[in-house]
Design a protein around this ligand. Structure first.
Ligand SMILES: [Zn+2]
Length: 133
């Protein structure tokens, strides 16, 4: 019986990691359909009572329903943004102390940056290290 919540937790963790992606939606649907397939296989083989099969169908509905809610939940943007309304703060210098959209004070570093710094790739150095350049 520990397998029911464990299976649901795994499917929901994948849904959370892949929020707002088709891969996440497909993972939730596959996770839900897998339970239906298992239920049908047990039914064909004559294993499992009616109550157990009903429990599996309920698990499928709960895993799929909650998984879809999780997969549709919004992601935090990976660029500077207002922590209250999500307004894009890229391009604003440190002199702008409040979100221009809602007026919430910015959660800035002293340099006027918000959120995670942008990932920069040094292509020339990477090419030199790979021996291509
Ligand atoms: Zn705002």
């Amino acid at each position: 019986m520990i397998l029911f919540p464990l299976y649901a937790a795994i499917v929901w963790a994948v849904a959370f990691a892949w929020r707002r992606t088709w891969a996440g939606a497909l993972a939730v649907i596959a996770g839900s359909v897998a339970i239906v397939v298992l239920t049908r296989a047990l039914q064909v083989l004559g294993l499992g009572g009616g109550g157990f099969l009903l429990l599996l169908i309920a698990e499928s509905v709960v895993v799929g329903g909650i998984g879809l809610v999780i997969v549709l939940s919004p992601r935090r943007p990976d660029f500077p943004h207002c922590h209250r309304c999500g307004h894009d703060l890229r391009g604003l210098d440190g002199a702008v102390l409040r979100c221009p959209e809602c007026g919430t004070p910015r959660q800035d570093t002293p340099e006027g940056r918000v959120g995670k710094p942008a990932v920069r790739v040094d292509f020339e150095r990477a090419a030199e290290e790979a021996g291509v350049a």
